[in-house]
Design a protein around this ligand. Structure first.
Ligand code: AMP
Length: 500
């Protein structure tokens, strides 16, 4: 997964990109990069300057001198999140920038292309030299090979050829282009700030609106699925940015996992509050648990796994109390915020120690109580198993684990950083005779008194509806129903060097 950011007509584009990426840090902690477009007085033309590095945004840009070396009026930035081996190489850090016959181009991508192998092979045979192993690099090469003259049309031409998930920010000479695939898999928002004196407009593009809030930018709208939006010097003078549209897809496929886990709750994603949707997920979970234990009226202590399931836990408690099943929210687990997301640790052993260093228990809250633990998802199961072991050390009466999404059964090929099918917890129990047996086996493995997952319908009912759409979301990781054709029929992330 990744976070992308773009700004146009700013006096401090590098700093803006820094703050934007800083807010989007949760979308990728492996590497960060910024490319700035600035006017070079000596050369009398726009030049691109960049600074990229491995690590957190605050580490990559810790030296203030970096910003002085990147003056300009526009910038794009990227946060990278990946566990694939090749991604560790510095050559894969985005944005990618290149010089070609029409000038300069720089690109940052959130998502995964699903026909990148075929395209890469074709391009390599035509003599194209790739510098990185990421799928993203295909797009500027396709644009450079296009017969079109204008960068916008070259990009359009390139995007007609790629399949998969893409939310893109692109610098093309002195223009900023933002584009989203026709399925709308990954989010991309548009923001604007007007200078009160000059009345000039500064435009911003970001994966999530929390990147606008830090810069006091107003959210205007989403980049629409299939939209390619051009922001240039005329937009800065308050002419509305113009758009081209890719041919529409038969359905939409917004990633529902953005709401379940990935996005920050203070963001708007797909034009809706993540906080609200996540609360709904918790509420639906409470209603479904109620149906399953209609006579259970014991007081429950609800503990969330901080921070990603705090919001769902609040919804759960609220709804539980409404449907007369007394519940109280408590902080029973404390998170050490200086430890990164558990997911990025390679190898199982180190992930286990990471879980222990990330969470600790408050014994007094948990001891002798009936505890309901709310978590947003179970992927490999390492976090849940370790956490339950920890909570048991406090001596609770019972532990009930409630998950605010259905079981994850399939990998993601559209940019969510899930492991291969074989590494998913559900795979371990895939030979169960039915769903109930599978859940029972998982329950025993994790070591809880009961285990409840939110149903697929419960999850879909918790998410916003979009008018005139029969399918609005991608639920492939829960259902195996992949909405976007995969020309490179790879179902294994290890084989698929996605670059995202
Ligand atoms: P595990 O089951 O140990 O693999 O990890 C599950 C935990 O990681 C859940 O509690 C989520 O909060 C979090 N998580 C879920 N999906 C992802 C993801 N794609 N990347 C990083 N963390 C995730």
């Amino acid at each position: 997964m990744c976070g992308v950011f773009g700004v146009y007509n700013s006096k401090t584009p590098a700093e803006d990109a820094f703050y934007g990426l800083y807010s989007l840090q949760h979308r990728g902690q492996e590497a960060a990069g910024v490319v700035v477009a600035g006017y070079d007085e000596k050369k009398k033309k726009t030049v691109y300057r960049q600074h990229k590095g491995m690590g957190l945004v605050s580490e990559v840009y810790k030296d203030p001198e970096i910003f002085k070396k990147m003056p300009g009026y526009a910038a794009i930035g990227h946060n990278r999140y990946s566990t694939t081996g090749a991604s560790k190489s510095a050559s894969n850090i985005q944005p990618f920038s290149l010089t070609y016959r029409s000038g300069n181009l720089a690109i940052a991508h959130n998502g995964n292309l699903t026909n990148s192998r075929a395209l890469r092979k074709e391009l390599t045979e035509r003599g194209v030299i790739f510098q990185a192993s990421s799928d993203t690099e295909i797009i500027p090469h396709l644009a450079a090979l296009s017969k079109e003259k204008e960068p916008l049309h070259q990009i359009y031409h390139a995007l007609r050829q790629v399949q998969g998930a893409f939310s893109l920010v692109i610098l093309a000479n002195d223009q900023l282009i933002a584009a989203r695939d026709p399925y709308g898999v990954r989010p991309l928002a548009l923001g604007k700030k007007t200078n009160p004196e000059t009345k000039e407009a500064t435009y911003y593009v970001a994966s999530e609106t929390c990147a606008f809030d830090i810069l006091s930018v107003d959210y205007l709208r989403d980049i629409e699925p299939g939209e390619i939006l051009l922001i240039d010097k005329f937009s800065a003078k308050n002419h509305k940015p113009s758009s081209l549209f890719l041919p529409p897809s038969k359905r939409k496929a917004r990633c529902i996992f953005e709401y379940v886990y990935f996005a920050r709750p203070d963001s708007l994603v797909f034009n809706h509050s993540v906080d609200k949707v996540r609360r709904n997920l918790g509420k639906s979970l409470a209603r479904e648990s109620m149906v399953e234990h209609p006579n259970d009226d014991q007081h429950q202590i609800v503990v969330s796994v901080p921070d990603s399931s705090n919001t769902a836990a609040l919804g759960f408690v609220r709804e539980s109390n409404k449907i007369s099943r007394p519940a109280r929210f408590e902080h029973g687990l404390i998170r050490n915020h200086y430890v990164g997301r558990t997911f990025i640790q390679p190898g199982k052993e180190s992930r286990e120690i990471k879980v222990r260093s990330k969470y600790n228990i408050i014994r007094g809250v948990l001891q002798d109580r009936q505890i309901v633990v709310i978590d947003d998802s179970i992927v490999r199961g390492t976090t849940a198993k370790m956490l339950i072991k920890l909570i048991r050390e406090a001596g609770p009466k019972e532990i009930h684990l409630h998950i605010s999404s259905p079981p994850i059964t399939n990998p993601c090929f559209y940019g969510m950083d899930f492991p291969t099918k074989g590494q998913l917890l559900t795979y371990m129990f895939a030979d169960a005779k039915d769903n109930d047996e599978e859940i029972e086996n998982i329950r025993k493995y994790i070591g809880v008194d009961s285990l409840k997952y939110l149903s697929l319908q419960g999850m879909l009912n918790s998410a916003p509806r979009f008018e005139h759409e029969t399918h609005s979301y991608c639920t492939a990781c829960f259902t195996g129903d992949y909405p976007i054709r995969m020309t490179d029929a790879t179902t294994d992330k290890e084989e698929y060097d996605s670059g995202e």
